[in-house]
Design a binder for this molecule. Structure first.
Ligand code: AMP
Ligand code: ZN
Length: 468
């Protein structure tokens, strides 16, 4: 299996650090509003990467954070006259609902930045001790960028060019030693959330969060680090500088970045105001359609959002679901007994579509070609399944189609069965949160489940649930 590594700028064979296991960190959203469909692209793309790795037999430890302390969250909380925590909790809940509707699996761990401050203080302390960071007079802690020899290796930027660019914009009164230095910890402003630290009452910079959460949940060295391509510089470059300097080892072996979702060939973003929220699209379409639309392009190609492409995705998805339903319907009335020789021959023939699917996915997760392989299998099923066939043959075709769809996160089964899985996963996540004494998170999950009409009951045997 090959994947494109931003760090080396080429497709490489995927060899995990530990056989059979994959550790993967995906930068998550800043939670101050509903997510837009641009934010949904990395969620869908890297969930599909995860699903394919699991299909290949890897045990995937998938970590994706929520950035729940940030200027934009604070601004929103001031506007609404509520706490920053209330804002972030609300939008984490809404984001998790959108993710479930897009059939994005919950991560193994979804850490929250505000719950990981201790680890951040530790890492910043280590960086100061090693000479990679310093506290300025006002208590701001900066990373001493020039001390990290590999700075620029991910983005391909040259440190001297960067310095020339920065010199013009250096703010007077800045307490940095060098304009390239970036913030690890900053003093609070009046009314802002803050934490005690050896340097000042304040809060962390954005970059340090991810270095710390990756280290805590995945270790010093991880297999895959991913996010949207706008994160390459400076966010991921700074994560590398922090993690490698603090831990003394390579941070991520492979770096994956998705291209943008555009609208009228411009990046869809909150700041440009040219966005649709996932919720808005969900009013018009089943969000499976949005997922299928995203997978119709290669993740490293820009994708332009349009009504026409969404309609095409809708009819494509319908074709797949209809074929799956047709197989189920035929199977319900089909004859029992073993596969005939002719059926066995047909079933063997259908394997070529699985091979095509795998070849596409093995080639840097080419979901566009993988979807074509699924369409070929659909066509094969439509041609070679009828009321004359045995149940065992029809079920085997059905399972083959469902398996490929499942890798893409496309649901062909009845909704209720999938919903059960989602509920179980949320319950497991809540149990883990309680064990980790993260009661805020545990309560948030209970609220989310109750919003879905699920009632939990704690019994001596464990947690049971029922629908309201
Ligand atoms: P943010 O909340 O802005 O930090 O974004 C969360 C994730 O969404 C990051 O991985 C971004 O790179 C990604 N992202 C934001 N806008 C887009 C877009 N228009 N297309 C693709 N990815 C995006
Ligand atoms: Zn990050």
């Amino acid at each position: 299996m090959k994947l494109y590594n931003t760090l080396t700028r080429r497709k490489e064979d995927f060899v995990p650090l530990e056989e059979g296991k994959v550790s993967m960190y995906v930068c998550g959203p800043t939670v101050y509003n509903y997510i837009h469909i641009g934010n949904a692209r990395p969620m869908i793309v890297f969930d599909t990467v995860r699903r394919y790795l699991e299909y290949k037999g890897y045990d995937v430890n998938y970590v994706s954070n929520f950035t729940d302390v940030d200027d934009k969250i604070i601004k929103k909380s001031v506007e609404e006259g509520v706490s920053a925590e209330e804002i972030s909790r609300r939008y984490i809940k809404e984001c998790q609902k959108d993710m479930a509707d897009m059939n994005v699996k919950p991560a193994t761990t979804h850490p929250l930045a505000t719950q990981e401050i201790g680890g951040m203080l530790d890492m910043i302390g280590t960086l100061i001790e090693k000479g990679y960071a310093y506290a300025a007079e006002d208590g701001t802690v900066y990373y001493r960028t020039r001390n990290f020899k590999g700075y620029g290796k991910l983005s391909g930027k040259n440190i001297d060019d960067l310095e020339a660019g920065h010199r013009d914009i250096q703010v007077s009164g800045d307490l940095k030693e060098d304009p390239l230095d970036f913030v690890l910890w900053k003093p609070k402003k009046e009314g802002e959330p803050y934490w005690e630290s050896p340097w000042c009452e304040g809060r962390p910079g954005w970059h340090i969060e991810c270095s710390v959460m990756a280290k805590k949940y995945l270790g010093n060295e991880i297999d895959i680090h991913a996010g949207g391509e706008d994160l390459i510089f400076p966010h991921h470059e700074n994560e590398i500088a922090q993690s490698e300097a603090a831990n003394g080892t390579q941070f991520a072996k492979y770096w994956m970045h998705n291209a943008f979702l555009n609208i009228d060939n411009k990046k869809m973003s909150k700041s440009l105001g040219n966005f649709f929220t996932v919720r808005e699209i969900g009013e018009k379409y089943d969000l499976q359609v949005l997922r299928f639309f995203m997978l119709s392009a290669h993740y490293r190609s820009p994708l332009n959002f349009s009504a026409d492409l969404m309609e095409a995705a809708k009819s494509g998805l319908d074709r797949i679901v209809t074929a799956a339903e047709n197989l189920k319907r035929l199977s319900a009335h089909a004859a029992d007994g073993a596969m005939t020789d002719a059926e066995r021959e047909l079933y063997t023939q259908s394997e070529q579509f699985v091979e095509k699917f795998e070849a596409a996915m093995d080639d840097d997760f080419n979901t566009a070609d993988a979807v074509s392989a699924v369409f070929e299998l659909v066509k094969f099923c439509n041609t070679n399944a009828s009321a004359e066939h045995t149940k065992v043959y029809l079920d085997a075709l059905s399972a083959r189609l469902a398996q490929l769809c499942d890798v893409l996160g496309i649901i062909t089964e009845k909704e209720e069965e999938v919903l059960d899985e989602e509920i179980e996963a949320l319950i497991a996540e809540r149990q883990a949160a309680r064990k980790a004494k993260d009661f805020a998170r545990a309560d948030a999950i209970r609220d989310q489940l109750s919003g879905m009409g699920i009632i939990l009951k704690d019994t001596r045997e464990g947690v049971t649930w029922k629908r309201a």
